[in-house]
Write a new protein. Structure first.
Length: 196
């Protein structure tokens, strides 16, 4: 037992002394919730970030829904007028099953002067959402699902504890849906990664 503890302690010390490589994998919570992969194309300057995840229900001026029962096909069939009427401001609405985005991120490690590494980052990105049980204008035609595409702008900050292969990040991303309908919304995420 003592030998196992010493081996595990040595492994933890070895991991903490490793600053990690150019590929980070982890998770993000918020909007969306999912897994993230980040790859430094130019170390400590430029990176590509990918997220595969899901969110439940958007609440923006273009996407509003006030009764989750209407996501159910049987309830919808029996209450069509009601379900169509609960949409505020028109537009598309539904239950989102899949979210994917890719961002091109530029980093500044010198913006915040501290002993810790606290780089800020920013850049453009693209996103795709798949919505199940959706509706779309102009005639509120019900669909089995539809795919939305748009662009993102990202601003965030990372904390990279010294001599560790981990980072923790927080970011905000205004998004502009372009197809099939134009709308504006905001993503926000808190997450962490292990660097290989």
């Amino acid at each position: 037992m003592k030998k196992m503890i010493l081996i595990l302690a040595g492994l933890c010390l070895n991991l903490s002394a490793n600053k990690g490589g150019n590929l980070g994998a982890g998770f993000v919570l918020g909007e969306p919730v999912g897994i993230t992969l980040k790859y430094w194309t130019v170390p400590e300057k430029v990176a590509l970030d990918f997220v595969l995840g899901s969110t439940n229900d958007l609440s923006t001026s273009a996407y509003r829904f006030s009764d989750n029962r209407c996501y159910d096909n049987n309830y919808y069939r029996n209450n069509t007028n009601y379900c169509l009427g609960v949409s505020n401001n028109g537009g598309n609405f539904g239950m989102q099953n899949l979210h994917l985005h890719a961002d091109y991120l530029i980093h500044n490690f010198n913006a915040i002067q501290t002993r810790e590494q606290l780089p800020i980052y920013y850049g453009p990105g693209l996103f795709m959402d798949y919505w199940q049980n959706g509706y779309y204008l102009p005639n509120y035609q019900r669909t089995g699902g539809f795919t939305e595409f748009g662009i993102r702008g990202v601003f965030g900050i990372s904390w990279i504890p010294r001599n560790t292969p981990f980072d923790i990040f927080f970011e905000l991303a205004p998004i502009l849906g372009i197809f099939p309908v134009t709308h504006f919304s905001m993503n926000a995420g808190l997450g962490g990664r292990y660097w290989f």
